[in-house]
Design a protein around this ligand. Structure first.
Ligand code: PXP
Length: 260
């Protein structure tokens, strides 16, 4: 399985102060030294984390392939064509959303998606489409000429967290949390089944298959069972974990510097 490490959240932390700390290129270096197979970044229209200069520097300096997530907005596409990442992943984008919610509706936005794919192909950039796990979307991805799909695992991840974690008792924005447990169990089965069927069909018709969104240290084993999925793109849980694997050392170091 290829691991794409999404480093957007390092830039989220940096943007909180707008100084170059933490340094995004340092994140690239650490990820590449520790087993990442790919770096994934999302140049959002509102530039809430990754900036144009970050994307440029990451693509220029990375010794790993860089997967650039971008919307089908023409200004963003034109930047992607100039940047020439290893691959572009087309994702939906609404300014008000907290993160990417749901896959790109390539049936509704067929013309725009086709335009984006052809433009990127003209610039020799392979294209992946971030879609919901259903057969219609998979088939349309092939028809539109994409090389790859990334299955949206957000629905699966939310239900998994509801069933197996303490999310129910914390503040959250997940409406399904109000459902009874037996209903959640059958929804988890259903979401896994959809992912499996979509992955199998995609592989059968010649598409490469990635998955991502909301994957973490608890739920990732379920993705490992789907052999047609050959790449995972994971961000938030890795950056969240790194805070705690590094916090003790960070406090100790500051205590040392502030001890007379
Ligand atoms: N894959 C895609 C296409 C995404 O848009 C995102 C979120 O930016 C991810 C993977 C990573 O999701 P997460 O941060 O929840 O691991």
């Amino acid at each position: 399985m290829k691991l794409g490490v999404n480093i957007d959240h390092i830039a989220v932390l940096r943007e909180a102060r707008r100084v170059n700390d933490p340094d995004i290129l340092h994140a690239l270096f650490v990820a590449s030294q520790n087993g990442a197979d790919q770096i994934t970044i999302h140049l959002r229209e509102d530039r809430r984390h990754i900036q144009d200069v970050d994307a440029y520097n990451i693509i220029k300096h990375s010794n790993l392939p860089v997967n650039l997530e971008c919307s089908i907005n023409r200004d963003i596409l034109s930047i992607a064509c100039d940047l020439k990442p290893h691959r572009a992943t087309l994702v939906p984008e609404k300014r008000e959303e907290v993160t990417t919610e749901g896959g790109l509706d390539i049936v509704k936005y067929e013309d725009e998606t086709l335009y984006a794919i052809e433009l990127l192909h003209d610039h020799i950039i392979p294209v992946s489409l971030f879609i919901d796990p259903n057969l219609e979307m998979v088939e349309k991805s092939k028809e539109l000429g994409a090389e790859m799909i990334e299955l949206h695992t957000g629905a699966f991840a939310n239900i998994y967290a509801m069933l197996n974690g303490s999310l129910r008792h914390s503040s959250h924005s997940i409406s399904e949390l109000k459902l009874p447990r037996n209903e959640l169990s059958s929804r988890l089965e259903k979401s896994l089944d959809e992912l499996k069927k979509a992955a199998l069909y995609a592989k059968k018709i010649g598409l490469e298959v990635a998955a991502g969104h909301g994957l973490n240290y608890h739920n990732v084993h379920e993705m490992m069972k789907i052999k047609e999925i050959t790449e995972l793109n994971i961000g938030q849980s890795i950056v969240a974990r790194s805070v705690f694997s590094g916090l003790a050392e960070a406090v100790k170091e500051m205590k040392r510097l502030t001890t007379r």
